[in-house]
Design a protein around this ligand. Structure first.
Ligand code: 5GP
Ligand code: MG
Length: 180
């Protein structure tokens, strides 16, 4: 496994992200929504570094159905909190094709949010499939499959405190191990 961002680099990046969000919203109350499950670790660190009063909620979205390539997107808002009349900030681990944040942003507007912005740990430099771009980004990364700090492969590696690139050999080994 090759480390792409160390624990210290991630920490500094998240602090900078929080500062940009603080600068933008000031002391305005914010509804901050985690796109589960990938944003779990980032979310916990980020919300504790933001200064404004916050309402906190989660939405479940998944597009990587057990593989490393983007699949069909599923969004489950069963656990969503009321966003009507609120300023909403969506938090996700990574902006890849952009389909997830594009879809969930529209969903928030349909539910009556007055503003919707997005914050991500990682912005993958690939060909995006949508026009929208994330508003707050901690790191730009090349088009490689990464794990750690919340990001998984077959639900593993989310607990790594650093961000790593998984080699094809490791992908195969994890798949074989998970299948048994
Ligand atoms: P998008 O909808 O922007 O294509 O994809 C966003 C979702 O795909 C992310 O929330 C994340 O769960 C997953 N994803 C995209 N790229 C990667 C990656 O390099 N590693 C992992 N583990 N997940 C990724
Ligand atoms: Mg995700």
């Amino acid at each position: 496994m090759r480390t792409l961002l160390s624990e210290d680099e991630l920490k500094a990046g998240v602090q900078k992200l929080a500062q940009e969000i603080d600068d933008h919203y000031g002391s305005r109350p914010l509804t901050v929504i985690a796109i589960m499950t990938g944003s779990l670790v980032l979310f916990a660190d980020l919300i504790r570094s933001l200064s404004m009063p916050q309402r906190v909620g989660v939405v479940q979205a998944s597009s990587y159905r057990g593989g490393t390539a983007s699949g069909e997107l599923h969004v489950d808002n069963a656990m969503m909190i009321d966003v009507r009349g609120r300023d909403v900030l969506l938090v996700d681990d990574i902006f890849d094709t952009g389909k997830t944040l594009d879809r969930v942003s529209s969903m928030m507007r349909e539910h009556g949010a007055v503003s919707v912005k997005t914050a991500v740990l990682l912005h993958k430099l690939t060909e995006h499939r949508v026009e929208m771009r994330p508003d707050f980004v901690a790191f730009e990364i090349p088009d490689e499959f990464v794990v750690g700090y919340g990001l998984d492969y077959l639900d593993m590696y989310r607990n790594l405190p650093y961000l790593a690139v998984l080699s094809q050999t490791e992908v195969d080994a994890t798949a074989a191990e998970t299948a048994t």
